[in-house]
Design a protein around this ligand. Structure first.
Ligand code: COA
Ligand code: ZN
Length: 302
């Protein structure tokens, strides 16, 4: 039976775009509770410029203060060598190197050409030697971007080859602005799985146009088993026009449970945590749907 790994990104993708700074101790409390939910990974922060993303300016404190559950992997997103060195010093489990297949988005996001990003990654792979830290390579905007429109599959596959040649351990295809559709997802995931063989592949979908969970089903049909998702469905890249939330973790787990697909995630714990988001974030309009409607299995008095 298929086992699907659920990888939580609210502390990074979620909080980075919020209007309000989530206090550091609240972030730590939430990550510690998420660590008890049966997730495979948690992306706990990013080591980026605090000027670019002020909400994640507390990255060191987060990584060194959370309680590490040895059953899961703690990840930080990294844009450049400086960020990698900070993450290595903080002893993160895994770094997630991000470059965008869209040259325009890469410039807006990390102020680099693709070549400059890749040269930085090469240097990071040198710095990581002798540590136990794993490296995931993300190709952002793998399914399209509002400036260039469609991104060619050859371009995406070329960057994946480049990542693997550098010695990265795993790959993520990210649909940063929610442009992917299920037919496209199935096609690209099949191609990439063939290309990378046993190397773990993660799909990172945003629900910007309501296609997020449909894309998950398409990706599973193509053989994918790892998905990023954000509690409450919040999140988005501050440097991409019209960006909105990731697929919602509890909605994803609920759907997979209804489909009798195993995840090991304890849905009720996630739902409880998600119910705390309006207070934590200071807003009521959280996208997650199961929290509002209840589970399919919730019985109401007749
Ligand atoms: N961590 C902390 N500070 C950093 C840093 C890092 N990883 N990288 C650079 N800086 C600092 C530099 O020290 C410098 O500081 P100063 O102005 O006080 O001297 C400043 O940022 C500019 O450095 P530079 O190397 O010229 O960076 P830049 O202006 O070209 O910006 C990035 C490049 C990558 C640092 C910046 O675009 C960034 O942090 N982007 C993050 C994007 C992101 O998180 N997107 C969402 C997730 S996909
Ligand atoms: Zn994202």
């Amino acid at each position: 039976m298929t086992f699907i790994h659920i990888q939580e990104v609210i502390p990074r993708d979620g909080f980075q775009i919020e209007k309000n700074f989530v206090p550091t101790d609240e972030k730590i409390k939430l990550i510690d509770r998420l660590s008890e939910c049966g997730l495979s990974k948690i992306e706990v922060t990013s080591f980026v410029s605090p000027k670019a993303v002020p909400n994640l300016r507390d990255a060191e404190e987060i990584v060194t203060s959370i309680k590490r559950n040895p059953n899961l992997t703690y990840v930080a997103l990294i844009p450049n060598v400086r960020g990698a060195d900070r993450a290595i010093a903080a002893k993160i489990d895994e770094i997630n190197l991000v470059m965008s297949a869209s040259a325009t988005h890469n410039r807006k996001n990390v102020n680099r050409t693709n070549e400059e990003s890749l040269n930085g990654f090469k240097e990071i792979m040198e710095h990581i030697k002798g540590t136990n830290i794993k490296v995931n390579g993300s190709v952002a905007t793998s399914f399209g971007f509002p400036f260039e429109g469609e991104i060619s599959e050859d371009t995406v596959q070329h960057y994946i080859d480049t990542y693997l040649a550098m010695g990265m351990d795993s790959i993520t295809l990210a649909d940063t602005t929610g442009m992917a559709n299920p037919v496209q997802v199935k096609r690209l995931v099949k191609k990439v799985m063939k290309q990378i063989g046993e190397v773990p592949l993660t799909l990172h979908f945003h629900n910007t146009r309501g296609m997020g969970l449909a894309n998950v089903v398409a990706a599973i049909e193509a053989g994918a088993t790892r998905f990023d998702a954000s509690l409450g469905g919040i999140g988005g890249c501050p440097f991409a026009p019209g960006a909105t939330g990731n697929i919602c973790t509890e909605d994803l787990v609920h759907m997979l449970m209804e489909m009798e697909i195993e995840t090991a995630v304890e849905l009720d714990k996630l739902i409880d945590l998600s119910k705390g988001l309006p207070e934590l974030l200071g807003r009521e309009d959280i996208p997650g749907q199961v929290v509002k409607a209840g589970k399919v299995t919730d019985l109401h008095p007749a």
